[in-house]
Design a binder for this molecule. Structure first.
Ligand code: GDP
Length: 297
C-alpha cells in the first residue's frame, strides 16, 4: 500500500499532539521537525518540503482559535489543510469540449502505464460519465503497443482506431478525429509513443500531434514508484507540452509517495487520476483531501 511509511510516521507524530489542551511554540517546532523528516524520507522534493513546513509553522504558531477543536487538533488540521493544498486542493474535473469530440492526448515514458491508463480512462468515461470514446493507437514504433490497445478495446468492447506502423502519427490522430465525428463518438483518447527517457525526437513528435489536433487535455502518465524521477519527468513534459494534468500510476504499490506530494507544486498541474492496479476498473479520480486524510489517519 502506498504511503505506508509516511502515514505511520505522521500518525505517530500527530498522536503526540492531538490531545494537548495547550500547544506551545516548542511543541509546534518539534512536530514540524518530525513532519519534515517524514516527508523527506518519503522522497518529497526538498524545496516543496521547505515551503510546506514554513507555511505549517506560520499558521500553527499564529493560529486563530476555533472553539470546536482543541489546540492539538487545530495544529493537525493545519497540517491536513496544507497537505491537501500541496496535492492540489479541490479535485479537478475532466474537460468537455464545446464541440464534440473532446480530445485527450496521453503522453509519458514507456512502462509508465500509458496504454493501460488509456483503456482505464475510456472505461471511466463510459461508466461514470456515460460517454462513448474512440481509442487511437499512435505508437507506430511498437507494434506490441498497438496490439495491446486493440486487446483493451476488445475487452472493453470499444473501437480502436489504428493505421498500423507505416503512417505518421499526426495523420493517424487527425484521421481518428474525423472518424470519431462521423461515428458520433464524444471522446477521442490518443495513446502516443513513449521512450525509456525524455528525448527530443519524442517531444517533437508529441508537439506535432498537439499542434495538429489541439487536444482539450494532455494527460501525462507517470509511475509513482519512480519517486523523484517521476517529478523530473513531469517537469520536462510540462515544459515542452504544457500538459493539463497528471495521472499517477501504481499507487497500489509500496511507493513512498514523494511523487504524489511533489508533482502539483513543481508543475502547477493537477493530479487528475490515480492508477490503483492493473485492471481496467482500477482508476480513481484523485481527491487531494481524501489522500491527505488517508496519510494522516
Ligand atoms: P506504457 O508503456 O506506458 O504504455 O505502459 P503499460 O500500459 O504497458 O503498463 C506497463 C505495466 O504497468 C503493465 O504491466 C501494466 O499492467 C502495469 N500498470 C499500469 N498501471 C498500473 C497501476 O496503476 N498499478 C499497477 N500495479 N500496475 C500498473
Amino acid at each position: 500500500m502506498a504511503f505506508e511509511g509516511l502515514a505511520d510516521r505522521l500518525q505517530s507524530t500527530i498522536k503526540k499532539i492531538t490531545g494537548k489542551g495547550k500547544v506551545s511554540e516548542q511543541d509546534v517546532k518539534e512536530m514540524t521537525r518530525e513532519v519534515r523528516l517524514a516527508l523527506l524520507e518519503a522522497d518529497v522534493n526538498f524545496k516543496v518540503v521547505k515551503q510546506l513546513i514554513a507555511r505549517i509553522k506560520e499558521r500553527a504558531i499564529g493560529q486563530e482559535v476555533m472553539e470546536s477543536l482543541t489546540p492539538g487538533q487545530q495544529v493537525i488540521k493545519v497540517v491536513k489543510d496544507e497537505l491537501t493544498q500541496l496535492m492540489g486542493g479541490e479535485q479537478s474535473k475532466i474537460a468537455v469540449a464545446d464541440r464534440s469530440p473532446t480530445v485527450i492526448m496521453m503522453v509519458g515514458l514507456q512502462g509508465a502505464g500509458k496504454t493501460t491508463t488509456t483503456g482505464k480512462l475510456a472505461n471511466h468515461l463510459r461508466k461514470k460519465h456515460n460517454r462513448n470514446p474512440l481509442l487511437v493507437a499512435c505508437d507506430v514504433y511498437r507494434p506490441a503497443a498497438i496490439k495491446q490497445l486493440e486487446t483493451l478495446g476488445t475487452q472493453l468492447d470499444m473501437p480502436v482506431f489504428s493505421m498500423g506502423t507505416e503512417v505518421n502519427p499526426v495523420d493517424i490522430a487527425h484521421k481518428a478525429i474525423e472518424q470519431a465525428k462521423e461515428d458520433h463518438r464524444d471522446y477521442v483518447i490518443i495513446d502516443t509513443a513513449g521512450r525509456l527517457h525524455v528525448d527530443e525526437n519524442l517531444m517533437d513528435e508529441l508537439q506535432s500531434i498537439k499542434n495538429d489536433v489541439k487536444p482539450d487535455e494532455i494527460f501525462l502518465v507517470v509511475d509513482s514508484m519512480t519517486g523523484q524521477d517521476a517529478v523530473n519527468v513531469a517537469e520536462s513534459f510540462n515544459e515542452q507540452l504544457d500538459i493539463t494534468g497528471v495521472v499517477l500510476t501504481k499507487l497500489d504499490g509500496d511507493t513512498r509517495g514523494g511523487a504524489a506530494l511533489s508533482i502539483k507544486s513543481v508543475t502547477d498541474k493537477p493530479i487528475k487520476f490515480a492508477g490503483m492496479g492493473e485492471k481496467l476498473d482500477q482508476l480513481e479520480a484523485f481527491h487531494p483531501e481524501r489522500m491527505a486524510s488517508r496519510i494522516l489517519g
